[in-house]
Design a protein around this ligand. Structure first.
Ligand code: SF4
Length: 498
């Protein structure tokens, strides 16, 4: 049955907190910074109840209750278009016997507010997603946070503000922390330690999205909490370390095993590990070993294609964007997929995961062979993407050259005692120390135009985003038609839904 806009319970149940713009919120991951998320006064002492009932949130509830999308994000809601539900049913949560009275009363109140379409609510969120920032201990080859880190520091959530919200958190069903790497960011680490040391929060499911390397720093606190680890692991052993630069397979595997030993001794046993595997070209040969290792430990497993949102050095790692390159550089790619699928099929608990990986494999085959009328490459998507990537490399080399020229020019002017404000701000952005003040001058026409070069690089990124969107829309519609024809409309991989 198709979803309706007014079925969305998120504004009554879910709160995402982001550090950008000094603190902002959203009711679902589609409301993300820089556009879409609502600002809030994390530093000015607004309480969580005030944030949850802020004018923006009330406006959102009113718009959903009346079935008239007020915000652009809701007008183009991907969940509405591609998913079969907006999240767990509130009635299912209420019927869970393991929950505390606080949690059940809160869920009942949220359900009642949702049913009445109330814009102001007495209930608190049932689900939290706390994104602590983009800092990380690793430098993974496919990470799309890298550009964000280079361009600006988004800051982090205020731990002092969060730890005053104990009364709200104890009424929640799930609290999820993420980053960057939340165990690397100081406020994230403080929050995790505080949460895991807090007896009153024991009944709340606590999910940590992590690369797993720093887990040993909080392991002693994990006992007796409902902790789920959502761990990003994309390959096995040495191949893992080539992708997750700075990581250690041994430390990671030891951490997971230590967690499983704690889980063994805990009754009732409500601790989980889920592996999130991003498929990359480098990691592909290690996929069968990763799946064997996962199966030995009976861990949860989820696969996703690497996403290209902008041109990065690791563009060629994306199989879906660059399938012919994959075929050329990993000639046995099909065998590796089939071998991994077969390992999964032999395990009763991984039947769904086998189907999921097979769906991704089918998608690659379809793109490469232009099956099922996908015709994705008929308009030369891969070649156009690749040409843009090459252009970017040339532009970046030019940019680095200009940067060096500017640096020399500025050092020269500075030696002469001439101060050039425009140049100084540019140089500060390149990490040069502040210049001594001297005689003020303006940029001379002989100094290369940095900003124009930056604009050109940005224009390339826009072109990529546009191209990618065209491709996604095309594939999503083809995939839906194929799904409808085969009666498997819900096999559309999530990446295609964005
Ligand atoms: S974007 Fe979609 S999921 Fe998010 S609040 Fe709007 S309708 Fe709900």
């Amino acid at each position: 049955m198709a979803l309706n806009f007014s079925d969305c319970t998120n504004p009554w149940t879910t709160l995402l907190l982001y550090p950008e713009q000094g603190g902002c919120i959203g009711p679902c991951c589609h409301f993300a910074p820089p556009n879409g998320a609502f600002p809030f006064g994390m530093k000015t002492g607004e309480s969580l109840a005030q944030v949850w009932n802020s004018e923006h949130m009330q406006q959102l509830r009113r718009s959903i209750a009346t079935g008239k999308p007020h915000f652009d994000t809701c007008r183009t809601c991907p969940t509405l278009r591609f998913e079969s539900n907006f999240g767990p049913e509130l009635t299912d949560i209420i019927s869970q016997t393991s929950l505390s009275n606080y949690q059940i009363d809160n869920a009942k109140a949220a359900l009642s507010h949702f049913k009445s379409g109330d814009s102001e609510v007495s209930s608190f969120p049932l689900f939290y997603l706390l994104r602590f920032g983009c800092g990380c201990n690793l430098k993974c080859i496919m990470c799309n946070h890298d550009a964000m880190r280079k361009n600006h520091d988004v800051g982090s959530l205020d731990f002092e503000w969060l730890n005053r919200q104990e009364d709200a958190f104890k009424k929640a069903y799930i609290v999820t922390v993420t980053g960057g790497e939340p165990l690397f960011i100081k406020s994230g680490r403080d929050f995790i330690s505080w949460f895991l040391s807090n007896e009153k929060l024991r009944g709340v499911d606590f999910h940590i999205c992590t690369n797993g390397i720093l887990l040993d720093t909080v392991m002693p606190l994990i006992k007796n909490h409902n902790v789920t680890l959502e761990v990003s692991i994309d390959s096995f052993g040495e191949l893992y370390e080539r992708i997750r630069v700075g990581g250690s397979w041994k430390r990671l595997a030891d951490n997971i095993d230590a967690f499983l030993r704690i889980k063994e001794g805990q009754k009732p046993n409500n601790m989980l590990v889920r592996i999130h595997c991003t498929l990359t070209l480098t990691g592909l040969p290690g996929l069968p070993d990763l799946v064997r290792w996962t199966a030995e430990r009976k861990l949860g497993l989820h696969f996703a294609f690497m996403e290209i949102r902008e041109l990065t050095d690791s563009f060629e790692e994306s199989m879906l964007d660059h399938p012919r390159w994959m075929r050329q550089t990993v000639p046995d790619w099909g065998h590796l997929f089939k071998q991994t699928i077969s390992i999964l099929e032999q395990e009763d608990i991984y039947k769904a995961e086998a189907v999921q990986l097979k769906t991704l494999y089918d998608q690659l085959v379809a793109v490469l062979n232009d099956l099922h009328g996908f015709q994705v490459d008929r308009w030369g998507y891969e070649d156009r993407m690749h040409a843009l990537w090459r252009q970017r490399e040339v532009r970046q080399a030019e940019y680095r050259h200009l940067q060096e020229q500017c640096k020399q020019a500025l050092l020269f002017l500075n030696r002469k005692g001439i101060f050039v404000p425009e140049m100084e701000s540019l140089m500060l952005s390149c990490g040069l120390p502040a210049m001594h003040e001297g005689k003020t001058d303006t940029l001379s026409s002989g100094i290369p135009d940095y900003e124009e070069q930056l604009r050109r690089i940005e224009a390339l990124q826009y072109e990529v985003v546009e191209l990618r969107n065209q491709r996604d829309n095309l594939m999503a519609s083809r995939w839906r038609k194929l799904g409808q024809k085969l009666g498997i409309a819900k096999t559309l991989p999530f990446e295609m839904c964005k």
